[in-house]
Structure formats: C-alpha cells, structure tokens
Design a binder for this molecule. Structure first.
Ligand SMILES: [Zn+2]
Length: 625
C-alpha cells in the first residue's frame, strides 16, 4: 500500500471559524438548526429508525422496520446536529443525542458488527441484507450505513470531545480491517460511502489502516477477484464497478454513488498524491460538466436507476437530479478545488448550491424535494414516491437527512488558504480570522449577493502583514455559465467589472480564475468588487435535443424558472422572444424576499423558490421565440 504523502495543498478555513452574517444564507442555516434537525430526529423516531437499534439490542420486540439502510439516516442527522453544536452549544440537543448513541452502542455486536437489518433477527434478516454478513454487498448497504456512522461519529467527537460514538465507529472499522483486504474478503460496497467515512477516521486517529482500507475498496472496483462485477437496471456502470476506478473516464451510473466515490477518490489523490486517481476524476469531471450537467447543477438525468444518462441527455420534465446528488457534487467539486486551487470547480459548486441543491429544501425547513426536474406539469409525478409537491418525508429519506449535513457546514466553503494566500470562493456576508503573514487577520465581507454583485472585504491585521487575497471571479461574470461549451449566454457580457483597493482600481490579472491581490496589508484596508448582474439569456449546446430552440434566464448565480401561479396558470411552452425587454423587480414580501424577472406577460422567480405556493406548472426552459 502506498504511504500517506500529505493532505490537500489547499485547506478550507473551517466552518467553525467562519460566521455567516447575511440576509440570504443565515436564515436558512438558522432554520436548519431550529427546524430541520429536530424535525428529522422526530421523523427518525416516528418511522422506527431509532427503535431499530433498540430491537437489535434486544430491548424491544418486533421486526426491523423500513429499508435496510435506515440506520444511515440516524447517523446523518447526528452528523448535521454535531456541526450545528460546534457553532452553537445546545445542552438539550446534546443530551438527546447522547441518549441515541447509548441505544446505538447497545445494538453493536461484541465484535463490532453493527447493522440492525441483520442483528434484530439473524436467522431472518431484511430481505435485501443477504443471508450472512457481507454476503450481499450489492444491495445490503451494510458498508454504506457504516460510512455514514463514521462521518457522524467523527463530527460528534469533534463537537463534544465525547468518545462514545467514535469508539463504536472504531470498533466497527477495526472489524472491517480484519474482514476485508488483499488477504481477506475481496469485495466492495454496492453503494459507496464507507470510503469517505474511513478517510475521516484516518484524519481523526492518524491510523493508516483506515485510509488503506478506503483505498482498497476503491481499487477493488472493476476487478472480479472471485466475485461478479456489480451492476443493476441493465446498466453496467450503475455501481461504477464496470472498470477499475483509475480507468474510468465518464460520469456513469447511479449519481449519488458516483459522487461519493469521486469525492473519496479526490481524498486519496490529495492524501496519497495518487496521479492515476487525479487523472481519472479530472476526466470524469470534464465529461460530467461538459455533457451531463443540468443548468441548475443537477445531475442524474434518468429516473431509472437514479442515474446519469448519455452525453447531452438532459431532459426537463423527466430529469431526476436527486438532491443528494447535488450535495455529493458539492462535496466532490470542493475537494477538486482543494486539490488544484482552480475556480472552475467553485463555479460548478456555486451553481449547484444556489439552484439544484437549494430547491431540495423548503424555506420552512420541513418539506423536501427528492427529485429536482427542470419542468413540472400537473400530471407527471416527478418526485420520489410519485408526488408533485415537496414532501414531509420519504420511504427512502436520504435527501432530508443529507440537507441537514450540508447546511451547517456551508461557512466552510467560503474561504480557503494555502500558505499566505487566502482564497475567497463564495461571496457570502461573513467574518473570519485566518493566520496570514505571521498574524491573525480578521476578514469581514459585506454583500447582498446573490441579489447584487457588489462586495466589500475589510482586512484587519494586528499590524502590517504581507499576504495575498485571491478573489474568485465567477464564470458568469466572465460570460461563461459553466466550464466547457454545454451552455452559452445569448447576450454579450457587459463591461463594468471593477476591483478597487481603498478606492483605487486594481490591476486586472487573473490566475486560475482568481484575482490575486498581494501587498503589505494595513489595518482597515478595503477591497471592493463590483460584478454587473444583468439578466442573462442562456442557450444549450445544439447536441442537447431536449433543449433545442429553448432559452433560460439567469441573473448572477441564480437560475430562474417560470411558475404557473405567476403566469396565468401556465409555464410549459411559454415563449420568450430575444427582443422582449426584461426587467428586474425586488419583491421583499414574496417567497422570503426575492428579485423577480419580468418581461411582457412573463414573470420568472429563482428556481430554488418554486413549489412553495401549491401545485403549479414550472419550467426553466422557455421557447425561444
Ligand atoms: Zn437522496
């Protein structure tokens, strides 16, 4: 096994060191903390997800309830709650989670095995669990569950310093290191995730065996060492087991599995300096971004197998675009940035964050989209469980329990650092402190992004300090909706982008998508950026059959949609002539405060805000009249 080399060359400023103070995200994070986290726990109770642990511990009678991977939801909500606790202590919440951890501990078998779908009744395990341990990894999700447990356990340990959950995780992971490996069981998880969890355990313990096992699980994919390669839904790439991972070059198969796998591969590339891994994920990324990405950042075109489609297969009404896949794409793109320091990855991340991810959670914080299509009519049941509205929960509730993990960790995506260079990746009003030029430097950012493109950054070192601020210039500012040629703006890119230091214009020199400002900074120095935010018309590459003759609207990082309620009951098939004059209007009382786009009879709202006012048609792409 290759030895650990280092870590990512670029390091995020951790979310615990960044305070978001803006009008857009702060309330969403607050809703996540105050509403969604307790709501998800309540749902885990109501649906028997937590009782399954009591049954496995022999403290409650009855069969396992629900899906074979329901344990994972409990672990994910604990992870999200742990992130929230790191920022804001909550003794009642912590005591509640301690109680759940005690119940989880009681469900763990003496050798570390933990999987309620089998332990409750080993003679009659869950129908997809397989007859014996590890005998049916294709669909048992035994290892998937554990990956989420490891991530939750590390988060809770970091939040509270309490080892109970971490010790459960380590006992489990030690069992895996004894069972799996080149000299043991040579098999892989049907749903990737354990790799990410093992890498987190490595980070917190420094034990290389966890990192090596994560790499083993990845390296075994695509190799039939005494097993049949995994596949499903007539899709050989469904589980990304069709080729060795280092030989894969296209984004294929189940999109959430894919994102978790590519994210873990990025971790291996960063930690072990593995060039074969980084070559593979860069090629896969290019395939995804250039040919398989919905305008909203959504991925997974097909309902069948919740999977990527072919190149340029980007339907509207039938697009799947699972919320979890958007979240996984954010994880992966962030890691690619940490590997290479290029803004193109943050361009994808930002588009996904403001559109394909944010649509998945209602503003109230207690209803969810599983599927995020680009068009909805009032007949086609687009959503998981065949519904047309945001739902309070799902049989498979991976998405509601994923949202609660991302939201509180969002502050960690804003800034990153390499030596004496601080990267500003997302423009979100916030404050942070970073070690730069040998000093603690306070940075504060003020902006009305995503509604306005003016940003003010104030720098407060203790005294003069030499360092670089690297300011991301978003692709949309430069006239590029995304890297590659999948989408184009119809209108020209306006002049008027400015960057000033203490009021004086800065040299416009872009490196890897960033404007670097290097100098000896003085307390109170101020950088101001101005990005014009015109309404943009977008068209797609001609190879996308479903988008031929269509046009969409964007402004800043936001993709817009028309919803029937604003447009006389209709949305699908509305036409938008190129010469129709469009204007914006701020509507502070509508949908939490939004800026709408109006032209002729058409009113468009940000895509993330649709579906809050009953069942109506919706369309992102309009006929280009
Ligand atoms: Zn999901």
């Amino acid at each position: 096994m290759p030895k650990v080399k280092s870590d990512y060359p670029f390091q995020p400023v951790p979310f615990t060191q960044v305070r978001i103070q803006d009008a857009f995200w702060r309330k969403r994070i607050e809703t996540n903390r105050g509403v969604t986290i307790p709501y998800d726990f309540q749902k885990c109770e109501e649906t028997g997800r937590i009782a399954n642990f009591d049954k496995a511990a022999g403290k409650l009678d009855g069969p396992h309830t629900g899906l074979q991977f329901n344990d994972s939801d409990v672990f994910k909500v604990i992870e999200g709650a742990a992130y929230a606790l790191q920022v804001q202590p909550d003794p009642a919440l912590e005591a509640y989670i301690d109680g759940i951890i005690t119940r989880i501990a009681a469900a763990q078998e003496p050798d570390g095995y933990l999987y309620t779908a089998r332990t409750i009744d080993p003679e009659h395990p869950h129908e997809t669990a397989g007859p014996e341990r590890w005998s049916s990894l294709t669909m048992s999700h035994e290892l998937y569950n554990l990956g989420h447990m490891y991530e939750g356990a590390v988060a809770y340990y970091q939040a509270t310093g309490k080892r109970a959950f971490l010790d459960i995780a380590l006992r489990s992971a030690d069992l895996l290191t004894q069972v799996f490996g080149p000299d043991g069981l040579r098999d892989v998880p049907g749903h990737q995730e354990v790799e990410l969890g093992l890498i987190r355990l490595y980070h917190v313990t420094g034990e290389e065996k966890y990192l090596n096992l994560a790499k083993f699980f990845l390296d075994e994919r695509g190799h039939a060492h005494g097993r049949e390669l995994m596949h499903a839904f007539d899709n050989p790439g469904y589980m990304q087991d069709h080729l060795p991972v280092i030989d894969q070059r296209e984004a294929v198969g189940h999109s959430v599995r894919a994102m978790y796998m590519y994210a873990a591969m990025a971790d291996i590339a960063g930690l072990m300096g593995d060039d074969a891994y980084s070559s593979a994920i860069k090629a896969i990324w290019e395939n995804m971004v250039h040919k398989k990405l919905a305008l909203t950042g959504g991925i997974g075109a097909r309902h069948l197998g919740e999977a990527f489609g072919d190149d340029y297969e980007l339907p509207n009404l039938t697009a799947y675009n699972e919320t979890c896949a958007a979240i996984g794409s954010i994880f992966w793109n962030h890691r690619l940035f940490l590997l290479e320091g290029k803004s193109i990855y943050i361009d994808v991340l930002e588009r996904t964050l403001y559109n394909g991810f944010l649509s998945g959670i209602s503003m109230e914080g207690n209803t969810f989209f599983y599927v995020n299509p680009l068009e909805a009519d009032t007949e086609f049941g687009f959503n998981y469980d065949n519904t047309l509205e945001r739902q309070p929960w799902f049989g498979c509730s991976c998405c509601p329990t994923n949202v609660v993990r991302l939201m509180p960790s969002l502050p960690g995506y804003i800034y990153a650092q390499r030596d004496d260079r601080l990267y500003v990746n997302l423009y979100i009003g916030s404050e942070t402190t970073a070690q730069l030029g040998g000093q603690d430097v306070q940075i504060s950012m003020e902006t009305r992004y995503p509604w306005e493109g003016s940003i003010t950054l104030r720098v407060e070192p203790g005294g003069p300090a030499r360092f670089t601020l690297a300011l991301r210039i978003p692709g949309w500012v430069k006239g590029l909706p995304l890297p590659g040629d999948l989408y184009h703006y119809v209108n020209d890119t306006p002049e008027g982008v400015t960057a000033r230091l203490n009021g004086e214009p800065l040299d416009w020199q872009i490196e890897a998508g960033y404007l670097p400002v290097e100098r000896e900074w003085q307390p109170g120095d101020t950088v101001t950026l101005h990005f014009p935010m015109p309404i943009r018309r977008v068209i797609a590459h001609p190879a996308v059959a479903d988008l031929a003759g269509k046009v969409a609207l964007e402004r800043g990082p936001l993709v817009y949609a028309v919803e029937g309620i604003d447009n006389g009951g209709r949305a699908i098939g509305l036409s938008l002539p190129d010469d129709l004059l469009l204007a914006i209007k701020e509507q502070p009382d509508l949908l939490g405060g939004i800026t709408v786009i109006r032209g002729g009879a058409i009113t468009a709202i940000p895509y993330y805000a649709w579906g809050h006012r009953g069942i109506h048609e919706m369309a992102v792409w309009l006929e280009r009249g």
